[in-house]
Structure formats: structure tokens, C-alpha cells
Design a protein around this ligand. Structure first.
Ligand code: PGA
Length: 244
């Protein structure tokens, strides 16, 4: 598994249910990976798994990531993709517990914990997503929600050397709204310093990140990178965020 401590910033592109073979060819041309400066930044492209083979060997110095993995290892589970299969297809990172998987597909913290264990067993670095709804924020429940999500979804054998946490307020995803910089830093500091066994984990911020706001967000003391959805579908925009 990749040691993530050596990276200053981690910049994840989450393509979600987007892309095609033509899209990938154009994206790679615009990204021009061979010309990307090899810096201490870790860029990860989380693509739909059916397209991994189109990206393998063409992303260096960036890494390939998945967007979810099955709770199961193998067997009669139609439509699932296991951590072993992701590994087999050269995937090095995998997002799990994204709010869209939690809200639309009913995944629980316990599911996320099993997925994280499966990924770790297959030497894939998990990127575990957490975050509160707008109602929870308004009821001042953000820290309680995050605390519960982390305590239940980060497995006991996780360590800060290879597991990443992504704080994504659900109300900020795809909406153009983001918390104030102070709020982001405050929540990240809470996660890094006040939750037992999570001390000094790498914590990414996600939710409406683009090339205009990435730099000020990543400059915050407790932010180790960003998870980018919509803006990452534009290769030039993603490149700008990486150079922020
Ligand atoms: P967004 O998505 O950047 O489009 O808000 C982020 C995410 O869902 O990971």
C-alpha cells in the first residue's frame, strides 16, 4: 500500500457516473501526464471501474482510484466489484462511504468499515468519506455526526500511514456552497486532534471545490488536500487545482 505521509497534498478527482472512452482520450491529452511536474502532490483519478484499463499505465505520476467496492470478496452478488478485483485492475486508492452511496444506495457506517477492511487486506488505500446534512449542521450536530461516522466506519487496523479521511458536508456537494474557511479548518482540527485513534490522519475537504477556491482551502493548516467532483471532469481545471 502506498505510504501517504510523503505527500504534501492529496488531490482526488471523483468522476462519479461520468466518462466514456472518447472523454478519457481527450482528458488524457489535455492533462498531458508526462509533462506534469513530479512534486510532493498526490493526484488520484477515481474513474468508473469499467474504464480502468483505459487509464492503466497512462496516468503516471497520478494514481488510479475506484469509487466504491463491495462488502463481499466473491460469490453470488450480481453487479458488485470486489476489492480484490480493483487491485487486480491496478487500482491503488478507493473512495468509500461517499454520501451518494450512503444516501442513494443505503450504505451504513458498518458497511463502510467492512469495505475499508477489504481494501486494506488488498493493499488499496481507502479514502473514507464523512459529512453532515444541512439539517444536521443547522442543529449544531456536525461534530456529533462526524464523530459517530468516524468511530463506526474507520476499522481498528487503520493507520494514518495509509488511510485518508475526506470531510464532505453533504450540503456543499455539487451546490456551489462551501463552509467558511474557518469552519472547514475547525472541523478538520476536531477530526485530527479530538477523535481517538484518528490523530494526525490526512484529512481532505470535498464539496464544490474548483480552481478559484482550491488554493485558499488547501492553505488551511488542517487541510491536507481536496476531493473534487464536478470540477475534476475538466482536465484543465483539475490541473489548475493540482498546481494551486
Ligand atoms: P463536487 O463533488 O466537487 O461536485 O461538489 C464532490 C464530491 O461529491 O466528492
Amino acid at each position: 500500500m502506498l505510504e501517504i505521509n510523503k505527500f504534501d497534498r492529496i488531490i482526488v478527482a471523483n468522476w462519479k457516473l461520468n466518462g466514456s472512452i472518447d472523454f478519457i482520450e481527450q482528458y488524457l491529452q489535455e492533462l498531458n501526464c508526462s509533462k506534469l511536474e513530479s512534486s510532493n502532490n498526490c493526484g488520484i483519478i477515481c474513474a468508473p471501474s469499467v474504464y480502468f484499463h483505459k487509464l492503466v499505465g497512462r496516468l503516471n505520476p497520478l494514481f488510479l482510484g475506484g469509487q466504491d467496492c463491495s462488502n463481499y470478496s466473491e460469490g453470488a452478488y450480481t453487479g458488485e466489484v470486489s476489492a480484490t478485483m480493483l487491485k487486480d485492475a491496478s487500482c491503488q486508492f478507493c473512495i468509500i462511504g461517499h454520501s451518494e452511496r450512503r444516501q442513494i444506495f443505503g450504505q451504513s457506517n458498518e458497511d463502510v468499515c467492512i469495505k475499508a477492511m477489504n481494501l486494506i487486506a488488498n493493499n488499496i488505500n481507502p479514502i473514507i468519506c464523512i459529512g453532515e446534512t444541512f439539517e444536521e449542521k443547522n442543529q449544531n450536530l456536525t461534530k456529533d455526526i462526524i464523530y459517530t461516522q468516524i468511530s463506526k466506519s474507520v476499522p481498528k487496523n487503520a493507520t494514518k500511514d495509509f488511510v485518508i479521511i475526506a470531510y464532505e458536508p453533504i450540503w456543499a456537494i455539487g451546490t456551489g456552497k462551501i463552509p467558511s474557511l474557518e469552519e472547514i479548518d475547525n472541523i478538520h482540527s476536531f477530526i485530527k486532534n479530538e477523535i481517538q485513534n484518528i490523530e494526525n490522519y490526512k484529512i481532505l475537504y470535498g464539496g464544490s471545490v474548483n480552481s478559484n477556491n482550491a488554493s485558499e482551502i488547501m492553505d488551511l493548516k488542517n487541510v491536507d488536500g481536496v476531493l473534487v467532483g464536478g470540477a475534476s471532469l475538466d482536465a484543465l481545471e483539475y490541473k489548475k487545482i493540482m498546481n494551486s
